[in-house]
Design a protein around this ligand. Sequence first.
Ligand code: NAP
Ligand code: HSE
Length: 436
Amino acid sequence: MYAKTIAKAPLRLGLAGLGTVGMGVIKIVQEKADLLALRAGRPVEIVAVAARSKGKDRGFDLSGYAWEDDPVKLAQREDVDVFVELMGGSDGPAKAATEAALASGKDVVTANKALLAHHGQALALAAETNNAVLRFEAAVAGGIPVMKALTEGLAGNGITRVVGVMNGTCNYILTRMEATGQGYNALFDECARLGYLEADPQLDVGGIDAGHKLSLLASVAFGTQVNFDAVELEGIERITNEDIAHASDMGYKIKLLGVTQMTGRGLEQRMTPCLVPNSSPLAQLDGGTNMVVLEGDEVGQIVLRGAGAGMGPTASAVMSDIMDIARDMRVPTFGQPAATLVEATPAVAAAPAPYYLRLELVDKPGAMAKVTSALGDSGVSIDRMRQYGQDENADVAPVLIVTDPAPRASLDAAIDAMQSSGVLVSDPVAIRIEKV
Ligand code: NAP
Ligand code: HSE
């Protein structure tokens, strides 16, 4: 039976980008050729490649592949069935070559979250107009098959919420801050030495890379057009060791957390530092690993955990899309026809939630009373409160408060009132607590 199906024509790949992910794909195609052919029912072959420097030693034999200097020419080659875009960048050659491939009716597989977060809707429409598919499993949470889970495994569910840690670099920094007591700057430098950071590190620590991923998840989960500009973004640069230690004292971990849900107030998309309870699966996530929690109205909660980056894991996800195409499984880019994706109204404010507040008060009679009345006057109720002892000579009293669920606007009004009352000696820290 296999011999009969393997008689089908090979699926011919043109691969642009021979860096970490590109070489991972070449390794799989070369080393697992027989396995892939059996599973796909046809051989999967690379026919041509492109990168910037032709002469670079990449540790693999590329002599059997045609070379193109120009990724657009590669995308248009007659002998290429699938254009595999692994160069990166939201515009430039990645966009030009992807558009050229789709216009020529070729299927495209990409790991490029920036490209799709900015141009996903137009590219998905172009794919469908040209009877091609555009797939991006590797773009979200690296090796975790989250797009497959959403578009196939959970196709019978209404998705109610997607939550996750989707940037390994930020999770590495935050968990190492807690484990070692080292500061943010030292760990940022360590990430640079380990090669974890994107070429522009702000994409990682500013939450932008993870925000790109969240916008793609939201589109698939809720049948909406990708709208990265509506993602509320905040990075991890302002998180201190004090925040991490005090949050831990109160039973929480700090994570750069992505949350998207459709509410009566519109589509919520947030990628911001949040506290999660120690009992949450997300709290157990150490180092550079990713976790995505999917909630469906039929299935309940699904937790997916795994490597969010790196050669093997990311290439594994790219191959998943290639194998689907080889098997003639043609799922629309965002899980339903692009023309049916709606333009969602962005939620103007996040749903009410409990907040963690860290305050430094002047150590004078009545200071705490002013804080509690500022909260009470704004309709924010206190769930728990703790005051720390201070150095004998210091005249500052550190205070931690966990509120009951409240709208962020009410909390901000309370903070404004505290600031005007003159009892704070530094800017307060307010972090949302997400129940997962
Ligand atoms: P990388 O190691 O920097 O490799 C990029 C490759 O693209 C290089 O081979 C480079 O050529 C080639 N390239 C860049 N500009 C080009 C141009 N103008 N024309 C032709 N080739 C060009 O990047 P990567 O880490 O493999 O990432 C590739 C994509 O996967 C990105 O979209 C990234 O966001 C995504 N991704 C990566 C990971 C990961 O763990 N690395 C995880 C998930 C998603 P030279 O080698 O000649 O310089
Ligand atoms: N810079 C990303 C991360 C790589 O740290 O998770 C994978 O997208």
